[in-house]
Design a protein around this ligand. Structure first.
Ligand code: NAP
Length: 253
């Protein structure tokens, strides 16, 4: 089974943090960049975040632009991509925007042993998908492929990005660097420690860079499927126009 084309999207501080320790959400980027992220969402079949991001940020994970929604509908797709998360605890508030915003399919992946409990917690708010007792991102991606997902956007947080990177199944990383420091050792980092496929002797390919107002976008090709140059590249037969890119989530979205 061919896995979806997987784009990891993220914004971090100069010192590599995704957020602060404080409960208040941190806006990393700027309006132009949030629009770029919206375009990337519009090009995706599914958007995935970790359960901690659902709990902490309460993102809506919808395409915001009405024009982009209409174009998706004209193409025979839902107005926004399928929403996807993963949890072992099942601690996902039913009132969270993940479940309540948009008339969109929601998939919640979990370990097999937890599935009955989580399914009863979530009721009809989402489809609970039981995988093996240790959920890998490869298994999630494979299941999504079987559901027709050709392009998956992963919007964090760090624990999720870490697994996609360690497992070596991401095709592309779109990393935005915001022009400030967080400087809090317990704040979430872009990735956790671990063995990654890209090292000083096996370097990732820098496919593109772009200045977007006061932030910079770095686009890394992590597989042969990711072409260099134009950020919104042609993948799986669907062409994405030139002047677009994307990454993380607008905390207000
Ligand atoms: N700047 C950005 O671009 C950006 C984007 C997104 C998020 N963020 C920030 O990132 C922070 C959250 O990141 P994070 O690394 O703490 O968490 P995360 O990756 O969002 O979510 C981690 C949680 O997902 C579930 N999970 C992940 N892998 C799993 C697996 N293999 N099997 C079962 N469950 C799994 C677990 O949920 P359970 O605990 O429920 O079992 C785990 O605690 C927040 O502060 C958020 O604001 C920033």
């Amino acid at each position: 089974m061919t896995l979806p084309y997987i784009v990891l999207s993220c914004a971090m501080s100069i010192d590599g943090y995704l957020d602060t320790e404080a409960p208040r959400r941190l806006a990393m980027s700027n309006a132009e960049d949030f629009d770029r992220v919206d375009q990337l969402r519009a090009e995706s079949d599914a958007i995935m975040v970790g359960a901690s991001t659902v709990r902490r940020d309460d993102p809506r994970l919808l395409v915001r632009s009405a024009d982009r929604q209409l174009k998706r509908i004209a193409d025979g797709r839902s107005a926004s991509p399928v929403k996807v998360t993963v949890t072992a605890t099942g601690d996902l508030p039913a009132a969270s925007s993940f479940f309540t915003a948009g008339d969109i399919d929601k998939l919640v992946y979990c370990p097999r042993g937890e599935a009955p409990r989580i399914a009863s917690l979530l009721g009809d708010h989402a489809t609970v998908v039981a995988l093996s007792d240790l959920v890998t991102m490869h298994d999630v991606a494979e299941d999504l492929a079987q559901r027709g997902v050709k392009r998956l956007m992963v919007e964090g947080g760090g624990r999720l990005h870490t697994q996609f990177l360690r497992e070596g199944i991401a095709d592309e990383l779109q990393l935005v660097i915001a022009p400030f420091f967080v400087g809090e050792s317990r704040a979430p980092r872009f990735v956790e420690a671990g063995a990654f496929p890209w090292t000083a002797t096996r370097r990732a390919r820098l496919a593109d860079t772009r200045r977007i107002g006061d932030v910079v976008l770095l686009r890394y090709a992590l597989s042969e499927r990711c072409p260099s140059g134009t950020p919104f590249s042609h993948v799986d037969g669907r062409t994405a126009a030139g002047d677009r890119v994307s990454a993380h989530d607008d905390p207000t979205a």
